[in-house]
Ligand binder design. Sequence first.
Ligand SMILES: [Fe+2]
Length: 194
Amino acid sequence: MASVTTIASHPTSAFISTPEFSRLSQSLHSSLRQRRCSRKSVCGTISASIDLKPPPYALNALEPHMSKETLEYHWGKHHRGYVNNLNKQIEGTELHEKSLESIILASYNKGDILPAFNNAAQVWNHEFFWESMKPGGGGKPSRELLELIIRDFGSFEALIQEFKLAAATHFGSGWTWLVCKCCVCSTKTHDQTI
Ligand SMILES: [Fe+2]
């Protein structure tokens, strides 16, 4: 696992309503509290379920590059749905006490995919996606990363062009990844690079 950036490709996306977002926002602080006390926690309540981790910034913080509505949809609806579905799937199973990464690896089952894999992988993908961005972020990388990009793509600009092309021409929903081996690959909806 060594991805350095991602871009979402969800061509069938629609946006949720503002009233729904208000309810989601109210649950944000509650989610943060639960996150501190979940799974292997020593602070009291142990809920052996996967948390819905909020993006590490306000949902409008990436504007104008990514709209608040986009985050409302992909975090508040997509990401939340995958978390809820995964928790239902692992309830009472041997996956129940495992970390998200362990669930992904176990449910991938050496390529013989188990039912929990799709939801677990999409939870990880979305978490990684939020954490790959920040307000005021982006721009040209420096030092070793830039050297690797130039080595494998010719220039930073060429990478951007290839990355956009891979995302825009990927059929259906999915993700486009840049991994440390410095190649661009696209994965189907739930697949990812762990
Ligand atoms: Fe999404």
